[in-house]
Write a protein of this length. Sequence first.
Length: 288
Amino acid sequence: MALWAAATSGEEDFRGAVIATTTDEQAAQAAIDRAVDGSDKTFSKRTYEGVDYQTSSDGAAGIVEGFAVFGTEPEFKRTVDAARGEGLGSVDRFEEATGRLQDDRLGTFYLDVRAVLDQAAREDPDAAQQLEQAKRLFPFDKLGPVAGAFMADGERLAVDAFTDMPEDGLPSGLGALTGVGSTPLLGELPGDSWLALGSPDFGPSLKAIYQQLAGALGGAAIENQLRQELGLDLQDDVFSWIGDVAFFVRGTTMDSIEGGAVIEVTDSGKAKAAFGKLLGLAQTRGAV
């Protein structure tokens, strides 16, 4: 089974199609006919490119090249076109992105971020302007498609995902924050954790990103405001003492799920002073 979605402006309802393999086309068509007969919607029979299907105000359903397809009517038609040779299999970006995934995967997902953003910009002038501003902070247009695989070995579920980003397109320090490298702190996390993320040199990386983006975000003004209103100095109370960082989530039920972080302290004196300030702020604002 597969699902694909068309880009929208964010104000529209879902547009896309669900595609399921059929082992018996006649049985699948009979199931569609029964669902149509039992529906409270009004359906009409139509034909597109030699494919018969039934459609209502909510969507369309039919058998396409051995697959049962359910979706909005324009996307049903696009699925018919794709089945005739205009599918993702003929797109180089898709082939390159998914070609690195393991063959024994249970499922695959693919997201072309650039295509989604381009479509949003075409349909919404305001969104286009906002995206242009956002590109000054992060070059979305240089980001490759995201391709991932779902896998299982009988004991664990895993997700592997890949995307391409030119090194010169990343803000300074962002590589460490997005998982480049490893930290021994991962080995210090609780043994029953089912999600663990670690980043080496998190503090210096965070500082580098802040310094690079400070001008675009009005960082100096924000820093002064934090110092005046909260007595918090980003340089001394945050960036100066944080080394590696690791996060974890554990728990087997919704009521027992919890998480936390382990932070390497590179300057105990500054960390101690920062903890005092942060704890005082939390108490003052009712957080603890």
